[in-house]
Design a protein around this ligand. Structure first.
Ligand SMILES: [Zn+2]
Ligand SMILES: [Zn+2]
Length: 171
């Protein structure tokens, strides 16, 4: 497990050496569940910021300290004035850090660029397909329901035809 506090301290020193002044960060949080994003920065009502870092960045041994710092810096840059978006000032600062320290701070960084696979949301496959015998309308269902059990009793909403069950090939 990487030492988040030490990495943050490193980043702050690098920002200072580059002449950048981050906003006030009230809290750092490690997000245990974030899988599809590495970090997040939110502005609080009082003008301070909360930053979240995905736990995976800290625990995955394939992700280097540098790659982890790129995310930390990405989020800290959002606290600089006029930097909530990834354009304009934020982009300029990111490019400045990239040129000065050899980072690859970008708007979005894929898993592969951090040395790990991308996380993909596994969606449930369609298990039931019915087609209207008359007009060919198709109904797809991922789980069993009243309709999938009793489709013979239902009529097509478009033409009033009956449904037949189609064979589903799961790939
Ligand atoms: Zn961002
Ligand atoms: Zn029909």
């Amino acid at each position: 497990m990487k030492d988040l506090e030490r990495l943050i301290k490193n980043c702050m020193e690098e920002l200072e050496a580059a002449g950048l002044k981050p906003g006030q960060i009230r809290a750092w949080r490690v997000n245990e569940r974030a899988l599809s994003r590495w970090g997040q920065c939110r502005r609080n009502a009082d003008g301070t910021y909360n930053i979240e870092i995905a736990k995976r960045l800290l625990t995955d041994p394939r992700i280097t300290d540098e790659a982890c710092k790129e995310t930390i810096l990405h989020e800290i840059l959002h606290t600089c004035p006029g930097c909530m978006k990834h354009t304009g000032q934020w982009k300029q600062y990111a490019e400045l850090l990239n040129a000065r320290y050899g980072y690859h701070i970008k708007r979005v960084t894929k898993g592969e660029e951090k040395g790990v696979e991308n996380y993909e949301v596994k969606s449930r496959p369609v298990k039931y397909i019915f087609t209207c015998e008359v007009c060919g309308a198709v109904i797809r269902r991922k789980r069993e329901s009243k309709f999938t059990r009793n489709y013979r009793q239902y009529r097509c909403g478009r033409c009033g035809g009956r449904f037949q069950r189609a064979t589903v090939t799961i790939r």
